[in-house]
Design a protein around this ligand. Structure first.
Ligand SMILES: NC(=O)C1=CN([C@@H]2O[C@H](COP(=O)(O)OP(=O)(O)OC[C@H]3O[C@@H](n4cnc5c(N)ncnc54)[C@H](OP(=O)(O)O)[C@@H]3O)[C@@H](O)[C@H]2O)C=CC1
Ligand SMILES: O=C(O)[C@@H]1CCC=N1
Length: 282
């Protein structure tokens, strides 16, 4: 895998996180190409990708109209990370530049395999993936569905690339809206909880810097425990002493409707993903 070329088309928050994670896992920078739109983003990208990025070839579609086409030439895999409303046009524009065997991996929310396949051409191997930004530190959750033309070898390559930045799960495409609501957007929910804990800590009299550090370290530490033992209920119970302090907070969360609220939030997310599928698919 390390000798193969991997190209990132649209290297912002998400594709940038995957590229950084891939480079940090030991993938050679000389085999990575990355495109962005603006000249400014192109200039800033190497620093954003981290210290292992030296040698990554960066292209800007603002500077050069055929930047994306050049960047995919000879690539074994191309990860498409532009916005959902742009992805089909960008993919169509790459059609003639892609090798027949190049595996195209879309990370866009709400864009179906069917639409991707039509934009890429019916024989092109195409994968729809829903990653998340912890990929940047090798701790992503990445779910994917493969199109019908993807061979076992191509799936293995895709799993190697995605597996370098986190845990990979193959899912039915019908599950993608729900997966987007759970793991795709999920890091934002954990960050929101950390934000709320910080603010509440300040209300309780802790100064801002300390509240920020305690909230962030606590959520990160809880994540590290979950990584060792993926049973949130057990871990919660281990903190909650009968008749103690945590019990009062958990009761307040539950009486406030945290379960229903979470379901409502994730349902709204999945519905938006389904609506995008109607809006952007061709
Ligand atoms: N953010 C997340 O947590 C997740 C995002 N996704 C999906 O990832 C995709 C990207 O989202 P996100 O990373 O947040 O968005 P960003 O805006 O951070 O990144 C988009 C990138 O695409 C570049 N770009 C735009 N047009 C072109 C073009 N024509 N050619 C080359 N590059 C181009 C932008 O360059 P420039 O900076 O110059 O504008 C930017 O680097 C979306 O489809 C989203 O659904 C999926 C899972 C999680
Ligand atoms: O908010 C979004 O639309 C993207 C998809 C999942 C996470 N971020």
């Amino acid at each position: 895998m390390s000798e193969k070329i991997v190209t990132f088309i649209g290297t912002g928050s998400m594709n940038g996180a995957i590229a950084s994670g891939l480079l940090a896992s030991g993938f050679h920078a000389q085999n990575v190409r990355a495109t962005v739109h603006s000249a400014k983003s192109a200039q800033e990208l190497p620093e954003k990708l981290g210290e292992e990025a030296e040698g990554v070839e960066v292209f800007s579609s603002e500077v050069s109209a055929d930047a994306n086409q050049k960047a995919v030439q000879g690539a074994a895999a191309v990860l498409l990370g532009v916005k959902p409303y742009d992805i089909l046009d960008v993919l169509e524009s790459l059609k003639d530049a892609l090798d027949e065997e190049t595996v195209v991996i879309s990370v866009a929310a709400g864009v179906s395999l069917d639409s991707l396949q039509k934009a890429a051409g019916k024989k092109q191997p195409v994968i729809r993936c829903m990653p998340n930004t912890p990929a940047r530190v090798g701790k992503g959750a990445l779910a994917y569905s493969a199109g019908s033309t993807v061979t076992a070898e191509q799936r293995k390559l895709a799993e190697e690339i995605l597996g370098a930045v986190g845990m990979v799960f193959q899912v039915e495409e019908e599950q993608m809206d729900a997966v987007t609501a759970l793991s795709g957007s999920g890091p934002a929910y954990a960050f929101l909880l950390a934000e709320c804990m910080k603010k509440a800590g300040m209300e309780l009299g802790i100064d801002e810097e300390l509240a920020k550090n305690l909230a962030s370290t606590t959520v990160a530490g809880a994540g590290a425990l979950l990584e060792k033992d993926p049973n949130p209920e057990d871990l919660r119970k281990a903190v909650t002493s009968p008749g103690g302090t945590t019990e009062q907070a958990i009761k307040a969360f539950q009486e406030g409707g945290i379960e229903e609220l979470t379901l409502r939030a994730m349902t709204a997310n999945a519905q938006k993903s389904a609506e995008m599928s109607q809006e952007y698919n061709k």
